[in-house]
Design a protein around this ligand. Structure first.
Ligand code: ZN
Ligand code: FE
Length: 266
């Protein structure tokens, strides 16, 4: 049996995380917007690059591809990317239900359109080993206590994508690509002032950030309690959305009003 892989969050730019899994020999990186932190880590730990997983086409998720490609040669590794997006090739394209095997682990592909039209997520159900929590690499679809902006999709698409992610197992570790948690929790508290789970998590994350650590990964059970965008069917969330212009309690209408509100929330 191989030892379970290690999951690392490499900070990049102002608030991105590049997620990297390695088993001591080979590594897989998700959404390398910048090559430099990945190259440094591979060199420091003496790791080969076995594959690159891409969730969507935005520059802060693919900017490091060109510089990292030569590193794939030693392992004959590939760049995996969504079929519905224009990613500089060569790439192995993926769609909903496809499966990628890397580091001896299976990564299941889910179509999660909304932030971009072809956005995909990767679900790794074995997590850190047999019986451990699964990992979800969801790009800019789901953030802790928030969600991505709707650049290319409709509220109905994004609501459906988030509902699929919310239905994943409770313990699923949510590996989002941005450290937006504190700002998202302040918005969540404005949506649901009476939700004590939001207040408690805001206090915890304030301390975590003060010590310079990531607030991620989160997990699905927590997100169901604190993330307003996963709580559109809650009466308190629907009422708050109504006060911001939602015309009905339909979850998609609630979601659309919340997303608009968040866009102008400071
Ligand atoms: Zn993006
Ligand atoms: Fe991004």
């Amino acid at each position: 049996m191989n030892p379970p892989p290690t999951l690392l969050a490499l900070p990049a730019f102002a608030d991105n995380y590049l997620w990297l899994l390695h088993d001591g020999l080979d590594a897989v990186v998700v959404d390398p917007g910048d090559a430099a932190p990945v190259e440094r880590l591979l060199d420091d730990l003496g790791l080969r690059l076995a594959g690159i997983l891409v969730t969507h086409h935005h520059p802060d998720h693919i900017g490091g591809l060109a510089a990292l490609r030569p590193r794939l040669a030693a392992t004959k590794g590939l760049v995996y990317a969504p079929a519905g997006e224009a990613i500089p090739g060569p790439v192995h394209t993926l769609k909903d239900g496809d499966r990628v095997e890397l580091l001896g682990l299976g990564f299941e592909v889910m179509d999660v359109p909304g932030h971009t039209a072809g956005h995909i997520a990767y679900m790794q159900r074995d997590g850190a080993g047999a019986g451990q929590a699964p990992w979800l690499f969801c790009g800019d679809t789901l953030f802790s206590a928030g969600c991505g902006r709707l650049f290319e999709g409709t509220p109905a698409q994004m609501h459906r994508s988030l509902s699929r992610l919310a239905a994943l197992p409770d313990r699923t570790q949510v590996c989002c690509t941005h450290e937006y948690t504190l700002a998202n929790l302040r918005f969540a508290a404005a949506v649901e002032p009476g939700n004590t789970a939001i207040q408690e998590h805001l206090e915890l994350c304030t301390a975590v950030r003060a010590s310079g650590r990531p607030t991620l990964p989160s997990h699905i059970a927590l997100e169901r309690r604190i993330n307003p965008f996963l709580r559109c069917s809650e009466p308190a969330v629907a009422a708050a959305a109504r006060a911001q212009g939602a015309t009905s309690d339909d979850p998609v209408a609630v979601f659309a009003a919340l997303r608009e509100w968040k866009n102008r929330f400071r």
